[in-house]
Design a protein around this ligand. Structure first.
Ligand code: GDP
Ligand code: GDP
Length: 457
């Protein structure tokens, strides 16, 4: 399945190690839809390979993975969100979130519906969102395995997102026509998304109300010279601010909301959390402000979790440090040990937006976090690491068998996402061990890291 070459690089016939540097950016096709409609099957069809995708940690959101694909000589990427397993209650929300993310980042959205089931309430909710999409949308009616099902599929016109394209992902029926349509619809120039911009890096300042977000922004932009009005070759969203810090220009996203106070109304909390989510998704690095003078709250932890799940680089800024005295400092250390145990990799700084204390430490922390977030580990280095690590500590037996890890590859960066090809399930505990070891060997301070498992059939 692969062998060591003289260069020490692992040759993999199944996965490309991401798009090589310097290559033209590829247009992104995002595949969204409810669980079980056949998204992964369709993605595997499009990329032309078969592999079982296995997630053995319940409740863990599998990250979006991009695969390289090609049709009619045109390369593009396919983004799979197939492993999403939300609870029944969170289904609408989680699928809607996929759609919203795709609207912001993809060049084309395939929304997959199960034609044998028909339009469900979730399909309708997602369609309502996608009707406002500026990104082109193709409605895919899957599981049309035979002519008999075609009339049922026609009912999907009612979703109001255009003509249902009938396919059978398992049999391949209609897939070639769908691919032709994808190539026709894809814009020739992929959008300028955060994965590819060479412009100023994007920062979100987030945190619960009154932690000092606008005070910090004011402090950072207080010096008029730090406010940048124009950067050659970049269009600035009017809600963003360009700020010169540490000799570089940075783009603070969605600062309009920080400057203009939104009047508190019913539902304000909901909108605040939507806005936080939107800012996090638009950013590359997120500075989460926490009020150091107050106990760490549930809301703080929810925001941190959002950053982790969205896969952004993270800096935690404990603000209002001017109010922190010895007793509170000791208490805070205990809270950090107890509550932030899931984020030991986050960069932390103690600042005061009020006095300006240590705000200059934010820039190096953001730079470290972004560097980790951008990291690519070569497949050769990664597999040397894997061999050493697994021979020192092999995975535990499962069902009387010893699973073998065949090889590893880094599927994407931003954040670093690794795929391990194995002969069987890996215990959650062992996966965590591997992630810890990855961090020990390669760093990744300030960035989430993903480890996905694929069991080879
Ligand atoms: P996902 O959760 O949307 O990624 O869905 P999967 O790709 O995992 O597919 C869910 C189930 O539907 C699997 O059992 C597939 O074999 C089945 N499936 C997918 N596509 C088709 C199809 O075109 N026809 C039929 N009959 N079953 C399909
Ligand atoms: P936001 O809601 O997160 O934008 O918070 P604001 O920037 O409006 O700050 C809320 C309150 O906290 C204001 O009264 C600020 O003056 C105060 N504040 C912000 N940063 C600090 C700080 O570092 N120290 C102290 N003592 N107060 C601060």
């Amino acid at each position: 399945d692969g062998h060591w070459t003289d260069e020490g690089d692992w040759e993999v016939d199944l996965l490309d190690d991401g798009t090589p540097m310097g290559e033209e950016p590829r247009a992104v096709v995002a595949v969204v839809g409810r669980p079980n409609v056949g998204k992964s099957t369709l993605v595997n069809r499009i990329i032309g390979r078969r592999e079982a995708v296995v997630e053995d940690v319940p409740g863990v959101t599998r990250d979006r993975i991009s695969y390289d694909a090609e049709w009619g000589g045109r390369p593009f990427s396919v983004q799979d969100t197939g492993g999403w397993e939300p609870t029944a209650k969170g289904l609408h929300q989680s699928v809607s979130r996929q759609a919203e993310h795709a609207m912001r980042t993809a060049d084309l959205i395939l929304v997959v519906v199960d034609a044998t089931v028909g339009a469900t309430a979730t399909d309708e909710a997602v369609s309502r969102i996608l009707r406002r999409s500026k990104t082109p949308v193709i409605l895919v009616a899957n599981k049309v395995d035979s002519n008999k099902l075609e009339s049922d599929a026609a009912a999907l016109w009612s979703l109001g997102i255009g003509e249902p394209r009938l396919i059978s992902a398992t049999h391949g029926r209609g897939v070639a026509d769908l691919l032709d349509l994808i190539i026709e619809t894809l814009p020739t120039k992929p959008r300028d998304d955060i994965q590819r911009t060479g412009g100023p890096r994007r920062i979100a300042l987030v945190g619960k109300p009154n932690v000092g977000k606008s005070s910090l922004l004011n402090k950072l932009t207080g010096d008029e010279r730090s406010v940048v009005h124009d950067v050659a070759g970049t269009t600035v969203d009017p809600v963003d601010s360009l700020v010169a810090l540490g000799g570089k220009t940075w783009r603070f996203v969605d600062t309009a909301g920080l400057r203009k106070r939104v009047i508190t109304a019913s539902g304000a909390e909901y909108y605040a959390s939507l806005r936080t989510r939107g800012a996090i998704e638009s950013a590359e690095v997120v500075v989460v402000l926490i009020d150091a003078s107050q106990p760490i709250s549930e809301q703080d932890l929810r925001i941190l979790t959002m950053v982790e799940e969205t896969g952004r680089a993270l800096v935690i800024a404990f603000n209002k440090w001017d109010l922190v005295e010895e007793e509170r400092r000791l208490q805070l250390e205990k809270e950090i040990d107890r509550d932030l145990i899931r984020f030991p990799w986050a960069q932390r700084v103690n600042i005061s937006a009020h006095t300006g204390r240590a705000v200059q430490k934010l820039v190096p922390a953001m730079e470290t976090a972004l560097e980790s977030w951008d990291t690519r580990v070569s497949t050769g280095r990664l597999n040397n690491w894997l061999r050493e690590t697994t021979s020192a500590t092999p995975p535990p037996m499962r069902g009387g068998r010893l699973p073998r890890i065949l090889y590893a590859t880094q599927a994407t960066n931003r954040p670093p996402t690794f795929v391990l090809f194995t002969t069987g399930f890996l215990e959650a505990g062992y996966r965590r061990f591997l992630e810890r070891k990855l961090r020990e060997s390669f760093g990744f301070e300030g960035s989430p890291v993903r480890v996905n498992i694929r069991v080879r059939e």
